[in-house]
Write a protein that binds this ligand. Sequence first.
Ligand code: MRU
Length: 356
Amino acid sequence: MVKTIEWVDGKVHMLDQSRLPIEVVYIECKDYLKVAEGIKKLWIRGAPAIGIAAAMGLALAAQEIKADSFELFMKRLEPACDTLLATRPTAVNIQWAVDRIRAFLENHRDESIEKLKGVLIEEAKKILEEDVAINRSIGIWGAQFIHEGDTVLTHCNAGSLATGGYGTATAPMLVAREQGKKFSVIADETRPVLQGARLTAWELMEEKIPVTLITDNTAGALMKRGEINLAIVGTDRTVRNGDVANKIGTYSVAVLCKEHGIPFYVAAPLSSIDFSIQSGDQIPIEERGPEEVTHIFGKCRIAPEGVKVRNLAFDVTPARYVTAIITEKGAFRPEDLKELADPRADLERLKIQLKQ
Ligand code: MRU
């Protein structure tokens, strides 16, 4: 399985996904500013992966800090927190990672500063390891929705590359394959950054899962012909009422699924669920520069010079289009999601039961 990000000898190595699948190149980040640049420029992308990168970025920043008290140490870590938080606004995972690191440090406030720096590296590595295990659990809960002979539609890339490994939307596919089910995948190319064409198609081919690439506007026609049985996508931020922010075009897929009676599943680690937001209307949506739309790979112009462009990176799918949200704790109906905010909730009662 391809490694998206790694801590190697005091540095962060990230696979430059903007060059895939043409070139497989790792970039070495010696400081948090380089990590932030990588998140902004999509060298690393995908909600869980940028959360991991933020945690590792903070671990790098911490190594440079000189402070003689815990309070000063935390104060000097703030610019790194702010810079990383400002990179991409839609995925909640960066905020999640910053909150987790702050809470972790708070719990270790009595340690020496040198010790703090060391344990912070271990905590960042742990976030990466945990992510893989979480995705595996998502796979176990999600595989029940893939049946023998199915064709699964996915949008953007919520695979290994978007996470610490295993992926979220791809995890049910990997587990279904282990269970011996035969199925195939249709990958939307995902204009304008082509995560589906460049990343999902590449990853699934590496995994030897049969995959067919389509342009985004082909999905409806294939659904009408009965050639798609279900859709599974990832999420950048899912909120209390079950509304789901994900890559631009996800909303159109969900509406098409509803029209054709096709189940639409969202694979969402709990780190992508923001219980502090009531509805999807409150999710900040990143808008990116026009050149992603007017040019191919920043080089070949495909639109007239000076044309006005809107380049929304994400959209919000209302909960009513979502069949189930698959987390590491089980699959839930979107209307039941808010119950997960309460640690005492009876998840067994709410869970969509796993079918053998
Ligand atoms: O702009 P990107 O490539 O970071 O967008 C990624 C997505 O929309 C993914 O579907 C989402 O982050 C979930 S990744 C497990």
